[in-house]
Design a protein around this ligand. Structure first.
Ligand code: MN
Length: 248
């Protein structure tokens, strides 16, 4: 088995090192990741300039200024002589819970794998993201146990790991996405030349975080495993929307 390891925090982030290490022995490990932090890139592709790839070491590649989606797309469609069998992404420095999955480059890398016909799993370490070793153990356990061929074609797994020591983990739980309150306000600052600059604010606090959600699992020191379906079509609203669209 060939395993492509990527992330959105960049090739020099601690999490990707731990993830690549945790995959050793499970297959041939190829690391291809953005040269710098591209968190929040979602599924962005670089379309208006070429992509430069630097080989940092054997099977370890940096895509200059690339996004996580660039990395997966490039690896599968032209860079690697043979496509991987599995794409793993992370270990992200921070949670990807609820609405976060829409912004996350970590999750987007797994989605891109799926668009390319390959199984993808995203790993994120919540809170202060100190216990990377815990997430490494979790990633290895999951990849060893899962049968990538049995993951339905429009499905990825998003795994969130509580930021605790391995001994403090209380097991694994399959969860649904919770929801956040709307984001904190944008922060205004003055630059040294008197221009107003803006920082996108923090994500909102958890709003729907009850039992069964990803928020609840990690809060209770459980590993949250959320299967995500890539078909976002809201079938239940067909009738209601058709009612007025048919009158146009
Ligand atoms: Mn990130």
């Amino acid at each position: 088995m060939r395993i492509l390891v990527t992330n959105d925090d960049g090739i020099y982030a601690p999490g990707i090192e731990v993830l690549a290490e945790s995959m050793q022995g499970l297959g041939e490990v190829i690391v291809m990741a953005p040269s710098r932090n591209r968190s929040g890139a979602s599924s962005a592709l670089t379309l208006h300039r070429p992509l430069h790839v630097t080989e940092l070491a054997p099977n370890r590649y940096s895509v200059e200024g690339g996004t996580p989606t660039d990395c997966v797309h490039l690896a599968i469609t032209g860079f690697l002589p043979e496509p991987p069998d599995l794409v793993v992404s992370g270990i992200n420095a921070g949670a990807n819970l609820g609405d976060d999955v829409f912004y996350s480059g970590t999750v987007a890398a797994a989605i891109e794998a799926r668009f390319m016909g390959l199984p993808g799993v995203a790993f994120s370490l919540v809170d202060e993201h100190k216990n990377y070793a815990t997430a490494g153990v979790v990633a290895r356990n999951i990849v060893k146990k899962m049968d990538p061929k049995k993951l339905p074609g429009d499905t990825i797994l998003s795994v969130n790991v509580p930021d605790v020591t391995p001994e403090m983990l209380r097991g694994y739980e399959v969860t649904r996405l919770g929801k956040r309150h709307i984001a904190e306000p944008t922060m205004l600052q003055q630059d040294p030349r008197g221009n107003t600059v803006y920082w996108i604010g923090l994500p909102g606090e958890a709003a729907d975080a009850g039992q069964g959600t990803d928020f609840y699992a990690v809060e209770n020191h459980k590993v949250s495993v959320t299967p995500l379906r890539l078909d976002l079509t809201h079938y239940k609203t067909f009738e209601q929307v058709s009612n007025w669209v048919s009158e146009l």
